[in-house]
Design a protein around this ligand. Structure first.
Ligand SMILES: [Mg+2]
Length: 276
């Protein structure tokens, strides 16, 4: 046969799937970074904030394993314990991490400025709102309760413990899409603040947007970000943009408030028959 037909979706975006920490909640993604540093310090391993942030967005157990694979931390562990870290050590640290994270989480329960307005604007266009997170169900519940009080109410939120594998696997995003009853995948946009957020969206076949200023790649509270000298801020911003663009994000934006403009651009591309 010489010809085949191929179908293209030309409708608009019908849902957005947001990450929690660093994207809609906890400006600077501060809660998990501190908890990872603390849990390793208990075992004689001194991690820097940057080392704690490098695998951010994954299942927290996978995150601990990834940190212990960093050569410097692996060496510290081996020197302290006379043996390289094992899978049993990863599990021990993860079990200690859970209560530590739950304890500090309420201090970081802030909804990022602009989120409520952006969500209202997307809803006004008929879009559904989903959320996914590397947090377990209990941690996510804490976020959800605080978010509801601040006026951010996703239609569905999926925790990493509800799927067989966390990011970069697409299952959380696809489960959220299923609950929202939205398809095909190109009718969804995944919004996050880390390379694995982008990978989750790409693996799900969705459009991807990464936010910089509130996110893990900047890793600063609103006050610390505002206190940066303009040249330093610009340098950090550029580095984060480049990292997220290299991870494959279709769009990298400074602030979540820019999302409605990006949605309009994606809608124009979809109308032309473009796919993510
Ligand atoms: Mg995040």
């Amino acid at each position: 046969m010489s010809f085949t037909f191929h179908r293209t979706y030309r409708g608009p975006l019908r849902a957005a799937i947001f990450d929690w920490a660093g994207t809609t909640f906890d400006f600077g993604c501060l809660a998990p970074a501190g908890a990872f540093v603390n849990v390793l310090a208990r075992h004689g391993v001194m991690a820097t904030d940057a080392q704690a942030r490098s695998p951010m967005g994954m299942h927290k157990r996978d995150h601990i394993r990834a940190m212990l694979q960093l050569p410097e931390l692996r060496e510290q562990w081996t020197a302290r314990h006379d043996t390289p870290p094992t899978e049993a050590d990863v599990e021990t640290l993860f079990q200690e991490f859970i209560p530590l994270q739950l304890e500090v989480l309420p201090q970081y329960c802030n909804v990022i400025p602009g989120v409520v307005e952006v969500v209202d604007s997307l809803r006004a266009q008929g879009m559904g709102i989903g959320a996914t997170t590397g947090y377990n169900a209990e941690m996510m519940q804490l976020c959800m309760e605080a978010a509801l009080r601040a006026g951010y109410r996703p239609d569905v939120s999926v925790a990493v413990t509800e799927v067989p594998a966390g990011r970069p696997a697409p299952w959380m995003a696809l489960k959220a899409a299923m609950h929202l009853n939205v398809y095909p995948p190109e009718a969804l946009v995944k919004v996050g603040d880390t390379p694995v957020d982008v990978a989750e969206g790409l693996n799900a076949g969705m459009w991807t947007v990464a936010v910089v200023e509130s996110g893990n790649e900047m890793g600063l509270s609103e006050a610390d970000l505002a206190a940066l000298r303009p040249a330093t801020r610009e340098l950090c911003r550029r580095r984060a943009h480049e990292k997220l663009a290299q991870a494959g994000a279709h769009y990298v934006i400074d602030r979540i408030g820019q999302l409605p403009g990006i949605v309009a651009e994606i809608n124009a591309r979809l109308a032309q028959g473009e796919k993510p």
